[in-house]
Design a protein around this ligand. Structure first.
Ligand code: ATP
Ligand code: FE
Length: 328
């Protein structure tokens, strides 16, 4: 039995077929980077239009790749939020139509719960209790999990997310959108010479990244000759210092077996290395999704839908633009 996952919350149209144990039989992601690159960020109306064009072919391809038929489906899991309203609606309406046509239940899935479950794709990795660091394009969240469905919030960002800071600073440095991977490559060639602020580093479990972004902007105005590699390295170093300090504090205040780092920014090699070194020192197990499941995909949505199905939960497949991580 399989769950068909459908994800269309932002700028990628994705579909995947996943077994209950997290095996991914097929996954297709139709990215829209070329559509949004010219704007230096996601242009919501163009994102919706691109989803309309690619959603059916993406689902057809994933079914064909796995040689699956509708009779193989236990359910369809589709992202209901958080995300862009026009983008969400395309996936949700498609799922609703297929559910009726194929006579399969449709489960509305929280995108952030999808990211959480990404660390268990292909093989079970997460040990509980665990501290979660979710760092993505729209969110920076620290939470504690005592089981796949039991989540308590510890802290979130007061302004920008880490991924947003990467993308906005990346735009200042002339990098393409999304800037994460290019920022990592640029930073690797520079030295962290500039002492940018580490916002709220010793102040509890909440984050703030907009001040860091502004201070990079001011620095570039004052020092137009600064090597971009060094600016990137200094910015990444500031982000990593903050993320490490917050995870350390969370693990001290809430002793846990594991640290789970998920979301698009968890694809960052320097972040992975920093977290690995910290966890080794603390004797905590580090659980990371394989690189290809760090950024948005539908396999994580399907795996989260399996949790819902097992628990007998059928959250409606209706859009909810803001959906807290603690909510199904
Ligand atoms: P959310 O999940 O919060 O709704 P989203 O779905 O748009 O937002 P993700 O796909 O999870 O976000 O993550 C995208 C973010 O990850 C972007 O900000 C991107 O720059 C960042 N990112 C991707 N790869 C890397 C990398 N190698 N290093 C750093 N950041 C990265
Ligand atoms: Fe995401």
């Amino acid at each position: 039995r399989l769950i068909l996952g459908i994800e269309s919350s932002c700028d990628d149209t994705a579909a995947a077929l996943v077994t209950e144990s997290g095996e991914v039989l097929a996954s297709v992601i139709a990215a829209q980077e070329e559509v949004h690159n010219a704007f230096g960020g996601v242009y919501p109306e163009f994102a919706s239009r691109a989803h309309v064009v690619s959603v059916i072919p993406t689902i057809e391809k994933v079914m064909a790749d796995a040689g699956a038929t509708p009779a193989d489906l236990a359910a369809i899991g589709v992202t209901r939020g958080p995300g862009l309203i026009g983008s969400l609606l395309v996936g949700l309406n498609t799922a609703a139509g297929l559910g009726v046509g194929w006579n399969v239940p449709v489960i509305g899935v929280n995108h952030l719960r999808g990211h959480l479950r990404s660390a268990d794709l292909e093989q079970a990795r997460v040990k509980y209790p665990a501290i979660i660091l979710l760092v993505s394009g729209g969110h920076s969240i620290l939470a504690r999990m005592t089981g796949p469905g039991e989540i308590a919030m510890l802290g979130t960002t007061r302004d920008d997310s880490v991924g947003e800071a990467f993308d906005k600073v990346g735009r200042m440095l002339g990098l393409p959108f999304p800037a994460g991977p290019a920022m990592d490559r640029l930073a690797a060639q520079g030295q962290p010479l500039f002492k940018f602020p580490r916002p709220m580093i010793n102040e509890g479990l909440e984050f703030s990244f907009s001040g860091l972004k502004s201070s990079v902007a001011r620095h570039m105005e004052k020092h137009p000759d600064a090597r971009l590699e060094d600016v990137a390295a200094s910015f990444v170093a500031a982000c990593l210092d903050v993320l490490e300090a917050k995870c350390r504090l969370a693990l001290t205040e809430h002793p846990s077996t594991a640290l789970v780092v998920v979301g698009g920014v968890s694809a960052s090699p320097p972040l992975r290395a920093r977290m690995a070194a910290m966890c080794e020192g603390l004797g905590v197990e580090l659980c990371l999704p394989p690189l290809r499941w760090s950024t948005d995909n539908a396999a994580m949505i399907a795996l989260a839908a399996w949790d819902y199905l097992r628990a007998g939960l059928y959250p409606p497949a209706v859009p909810q633009v803001r959906l807290p991580i603690t909510q199904y």
